[in-house]
Design a protein around this ligand. Structure first.
Ligand code: ATP
Length: 299
């Protein structure tokens, strides 16, 4: 069987009668940045917690780094890097002491690498975590997720609460991890982040995967707003047969519509008439996903 960094087979979690996630069939390849895109409550955190055996599946199973997430949960937790949605551990310790504590969990660390991360994120390692502002606590969370150079890093809403400099440092780090052939699983509700960082993204909605898109092809779902003016009257039904038009509004001398994907057929048909003016404007991916899945772009 082909090696996958994450494989889930009909992974389902019910919280009593309340759905967490249903029938997830995820396949994450080595070396990719895999996005997990969905609005709040769609099941992103539940999925990550299932992968780490913090919650138990109702049915189905997950393999992480080739290990069964339940039977080998300790090995999985030791080997992966994980940024939880909220990082609130070691409140009584300084940032530096907390990072050292992770060595017992994860085995010998390369401290030159860890110190480099501390410097890049600008963390004050002498401050007690309990006294830190939320941003500094997030930095501790990020550093501990990357510090042991894991093969797989699970990030739950990593940009939440970050300032621009920290976000840039994070994006750079993710790019480096990818270059080294390691894998990142990134849960986020930001389409912008997905498009920017991910090789592929699964779109999660209501606990189910709606689609898996290549990052660059997130654009293939693109929507374009097109407006045209015509010198001579155009029959009102002239464009009715085109399947990829939405919001079509036509008068004898003008047309406005939203085109999904390639505008070629519209342009060929319209060119039968004399066009005096034209406007084409790409709608953002945010708008694309808002229309498709009701997802909004937070970043
Ligand atoms: N412990 C729990 N008990 C009952 N329902 C839960 C529990 N944890 C999560 N849920 C429900 O499962 C669904 C998925 O939640 P989950 O937190 O995984 O989504 P999410 O996409 O990570 O959203 P968020 O970003 O808001 O955490 C939601 O409807 C949520 O209310």
């Amino acid at each position: 069987m082909r090696y996958l960094v994450i494989r889930t087979e009909n992974l389902t979690k019910m919280y009593g009668r309340h759905l967490g996630v249903r029938d997830l069939m995820l396949e994450v390849e080595p070396g990719e940045v895999f996005g997990f895109l969905g609005p709040d409550g769609s099941g992103k955190t539940t999925t990550i917690r299932l992968l780490l055996d913090f919650v138990r599946p109702t049915s189905g199973r997950a393999l992480v780094l080739g290990l069964d997430s339940r039977q080998d949960s300790l090995k999985v937790r030791r080997q992966v890097g994980y940024l939880p949605g909220e990082f609130d551990f070691f409140a009584h310790q300084t940032g530096g002491a907390a990072l050292r504590s992770f060595e017992t969990l994860r085995g010998k660390l390369d401290w030159a690498y860890v110190d480099g991360l501390v410097e890049r994120f600008g963390l004050d390692v002498d401050q007690k975590i309990g006294d830190m502002p939320a941003l500094e606590r997030r930095k501790v969370g990020l550093i501990q997720a990357f510090m042991h150079r894991p093969e797989l890093i699970l990030l739950d809403e990593p940009s939440r609460g970050l300032d621009l400099a920290t976000q840039q440092a994070l994006y750079q780090l993710i790019a480096e991890v990818r270059q080294e052939g390691r894998t990142v699983f990134l849960a986020s509700n930001s389409v912008c982040e997905m498009e920017r960082l991910c090789d592929r993204a699964a779109v999660l909605y209501g606990g189910q995967v709606m689609a898996v898109e290549r990052g660059v092809h997130l654009r293939a779902r693109a929507l374009r707003r097109i407006e045209m003016r015509f010198a001579t009257p155009v029959p009102l039904g002239a464009f009715d047969a085109l399947p990829n038009l939405q919001d079509l509004h036509i008068t004898p001398h003008s047309l406005s519509c939203t085109v999904r994907g390639d505008p070629d057929t519209l342009l060929k048909l319209a060119s039968q008439y004399r066009i005096t003016d034209m406007l084409s404007q790409s709608l953002s991916l945010e708008e694309v996903f808002r229309r498709d899945y009701g997802i909004t772009c937070a970043a």
